[in-house]
Design a protein around this ligand. Sequence first.
Ligand code: IMP
Length: 430
Amino acid sequence: MPLDILVGAQWGDEGKGRITDWLAERANIVARYSGGDNAGHTVTVGGQIFKLHLLPSGIVQPKAACVLGNGMVINPARLLDEMDTLAKLNMDVSPARIKISAAAHLITPAHVALDRAEETARAGGKIGTTGRGIGPAYTAKTSRHGLRAELLLEPERLGDAIHEHIQQTNVYLQSLYGQAPLEAGAVAAEYAAHAQRLAPYITDTSLYLHQQLQAGATVIAEGAQGTLLDIDHGTYPYVTSSSPTSGGVFSGLGVGPRFVGRIIGVTKAFQTRVGEGPFPTEAFGAEAERLRGTGQNPWDEFGTTTGRPRRCGWLDLVLLRYAIRVNGLTELALTKLDVLSGLKTVPLCNAYSAHPQTHTELPLGPADLSPFKAVYEELPGWEEAVSGARALANLPANARHYIRRIEELTGVPVTMISVGPEREQIIFTA
Ligand code: IMP
């Protein structure tokens, strides 16, 4: 089947980039359907590290075409920076290869300023946003004041729209948040320059994808963030403002479900989260530090976008089963198994206790996890490093047991296991 979906099954940062990179080698098109430059996807090829925020991870492959779908919010300055960086590495970033949906929304400095002002004003109740203007851009979209990418094709309309948008936002910035106003003329001039460069990329990407799928192309829908950050299905209000779950693919790309094949959920072999919000299996102190790493390696648990240390803990199967249900996952890709080598036992959370009951499913969804205490199975650990393993049989018996237990308790097969950052450090089980 030609439309394969790849989503984050946790709070983002699951290592989706490298799984997409592998799938992209066999695909014709990689399409992002939600979010913006709040995402940070790291792909390591031959020791060279690519950090992508807006372009689909498929761009690192020489052939796959890349689509930025209508469900995205795009900061043009950051997109152009990313394209320029890749162009210097001799990658093809031409309009023949990259298509931007005319219906995607644009992020401006006003959205960024509002995001930061709102976050500061939240004082104790901070969400811990990435400060990239994501929430305000989606708010503008749903309140029908948004700036769609199609404006980049019409310089005069774009100029008028930017002036109006900056003037409106200044009212909020000044009167609600006591911030300095932005200069509409300067932003309009900046966006006129962006428009000149980006206009050739603007496409009806729904039509493009439909035609390609009809012709038999393989398309990967690449999720950003993760299920638990979904505006509807996540740990609300500690979520992002888009729909990273599989349902978001159809609205975010303008394609129907009839083409769907695999729905792959990417999960780390443990659990991480950035920003605020509940985290029942969170570890602290030396345990957390061990999972996080020192920050010396780019794959250690520090945010790709913000550099913030990630909160770390143990794999939570109550939340993973929830992600499997919400996304209709057909398989799991398990990443960073190598990080667990050397532990005496590996805790695996299969239930929550909330006195006097135990829950193996969330009774009311994940919004309020605060009443729950994680209940763990302690599985035997393994001493051996696993980064050289390329087949299931090369893994220590206890590592295989850990994977089997995840499959048993979720009912979904683990088809890919990553054991290191490099492209070839993946085990395929099927
Ligand atoms: P926003 O998307 O910048 O509005 O941030 C909302 C929440 O989502 C914050 O907790 C962020 O840390 C989190 N978030 C947004 N994007 C990512 C991501 O790509 N990985 C992990 N967390 C993210």
